[in-house]
Design a protein. Structure first.
Lengths: 252, 275
């Protein structure tokens, strides 16, 4: 199960004992099991901070986050994360990167490798198992990063603009693959993006956030069946709506 | 086979020509212009002296045995012993200190002022205390090398640990690697290894220089550095040059060995190894 419940979360960044920025202001949100939720908002609206709080890398000043009714106190195996920057360990081969999580849980190397093969197959990179990250393209690196996060068998996958650094075509094909993986693995995905197109293509629910301080402006449920046609009428209407909501925030 | 060697010779002809010309100029200058063996021994004088150092036997005490070996080899073994005593001690202390300083801010604050005060003291200034504290034995000479090698190792390990990209630490945390010990072992050390290795390389260079000085100033009665001074007193300048050149070649060899070892073993993962 992967239900995420965010309750009254606030986060301020303090410097020299003075509150400099209120990144998140009393954010509450419930995300159901196996839901695909996209967070979108003006830059600096705290969407990444919110994701980091769910991952346990950052802490809220107020409020709490629960995953399956368990309060989050720090990073843990229930939540996997894929970062925007390339985060593979450059000194490890692809397969050694993927088994890092299972090995930390105490899985024997042999068993971990066997499992990891499956995840590499899932992202289509089994023939690159012994390559080093610097030998891979950007898209391949992010695929491995997804495989590495999945190898820990999380309930919730947190993705922080994972395709932000990729070119448009690679990005499109990775979005397809991600939907495939999501359907096969039956996990909850929280996905931060600044691309309206991406959110409209992927999400069950689009959470639009306000400019700083970050609050939830609106939650749009998306009922368009998958695979969505990026140029269809309904997708375009939805995109229009999201863009209008975002434009209101930009003006502030 | 012969053809292959010939090809290699041809490819390196410029380098070869450069070395051969330098030798010829040296020889001609020494024999026809300077004409003074004490002031500038010729190449052939040095070669002859080299042959003597290799053919004459000396004694190296090893595990209560007295090994009869060529003099040059005996001196080399003494020097290497001094060198590695100092280097190993510097690694054993410098790497842990640098790691803790880089990882824990509080440790940095404790050690940093001390290091900044002690570091600018030239290692050779420690020679009197090396003799008084430790005495005229291999460990006395090793101490001077230790001082010379310690700071590059600490500083580079520290810098390597300070500049571990945050993204790797966070990725590891999310994957369940949470204690300081595990994070240091699995993320910080591999990430900092190139920087640590560069520090060791610098330390070996500094240590090699301290070695000669330590032996010269009488911390030891043996070794390549000692023999330079010894032969100077005897006015055997051809032997002085033999030992000088040999020190140079040995230093080069040690550096090359370290480099190829590191590149094979650790740095397959780096695109362009800049070392």
């Amino acid at each position: 199960m992967g239900r995420v419940s965010i309750r009254g979360v606030s986060r301020k960044f303090v410097k020299d004992d003075i509150v400099r920025t209120l990144a998140l202001d009393n954010v509450s949100l419930d995300i159901g099991d196996k839901e695909f939720v996209c967070f979108i908002g003006p830059s600096g609206c705290g969407k990444t901070t919110l994701l980091r709080i769910v991952s346990g890398l950052d802490y809220p000043d107020d409020g709490e986050v629960f995953v399956d009714n368990e309060r989050i106190k720090g990073p843990g195996p229930t939540r996997g994360m894929v970062f925007q920057e390339y985060s593979l360990f450059p000194w490890k081969t692809v397969i050694d990167n993927v088994i890092f999580g299972p090995q930390m849980r105490g899985v024997q190397k042999k068993d971990a490798i066997e499992e990891a093969q499956k995840y590499l197959e899932l992202v289509g990179l089994e023939q690159f198992r012994d390559s080093y990250p610097h030998e891979l393209s950007g898209g391949m690196k992010q695929r491995v990063a997804i495989a590495r996060a999945l190898a820990n068998e999380p309930e919730v996958l947190l993705m922080d603009e994972p395709f932000g650094a990729l070119d448009a075509q690679t990005r499109n094909s990775l979005q397809h693959e991600l939907l495939d993986i999501w359907q096969k693995k039956n996990i909850t995905i929280l996905f931060v993006t600044h691309s309206v197109d991406e959110a409209v293509f992927l999400a069950d629910k689009i959470v639009i956030m306000t400019a700083r301080p970050g609050k939830i402006k609106e939650i749009l449920k998306v009922d368009i069946p998958r695979l969505r046609d990026r140029t269809s009428m309904e997708v375009n209407q939805l995109r229009n709506r999201v863009l209008k909501l975002l434009a209101e925030e930009q003006k502030k | 086979m012969v053809r292959g060697n010939f090809q290699r010779l041809k490819n390196n002809s410029v380098e070869l020509l450069s070395v051969v010309s330098a030798l010829i100029i040296w020889q001609v200058t020494a024999v026809y212009i300077v004409q003074n063996k004490f002031f500038l021994p010729s190449f052939t004088d040095v070669a002859a002296a080299f042959i003597i150092t290799v053919s004459r036997q000396g004694v190296f005490p090893f595990l209560s045995m007295n090994l009869e070996l060529p003099v040059l080899l005996v001196d080399t073994l003494y020097s290497l012993m001094h060198f590695f005593i100092g280097l190993i001690a510097a690694l054993a202390i410098g790497i842990p200190v640098g790691m803790l300083m880089g990882w824990f801010k509080s440790v940095e604050r404790v050690f940093d002022p001390l290091i900044e005060i002690i570091r600018p003291i030239p290692p050779l200034a420690w020679i009197p205390f090396a003799i008084i504290w430790i005495g005229l034995n291999p460990f006395g000479a090793g101490f001077v090398i230790f001082i010379g090698a310690l700071f590059p190792i600490i500083i580079n390990t520290f810098t390597g640990f300070k500049s571990v990209p945050r993204i790797y630490v966070e990725a590891a945390k999310v994957l369940g690697c949470n204690t300081d010990r595990e994070l240091m072992r699995r993320v910080a050390i591999p990430s900092a290894l190139p920087s640590i290795a560069a520090g060791v390389r610098i330390a070996m260079g500094v240590g090699w220089m301290c070695l000669v000085a330590a032996e010269m100033f009488g911390v030891s009665r043996n070794g390549l550095g000692f023999k330079i001074w010894h032969n100077y007193y005897l006015h055997h300048m051809d032997f002085v040059l033999v030992y000088m050149l040999f020190l140079g070649f040995l230093g080069l060899l040690i550096d090359r060995l370290l480099r190829s070892y590191l590149e094979d073993k650790f740095f397959k993962w780096r695109t362009g190894v800049v070392m």
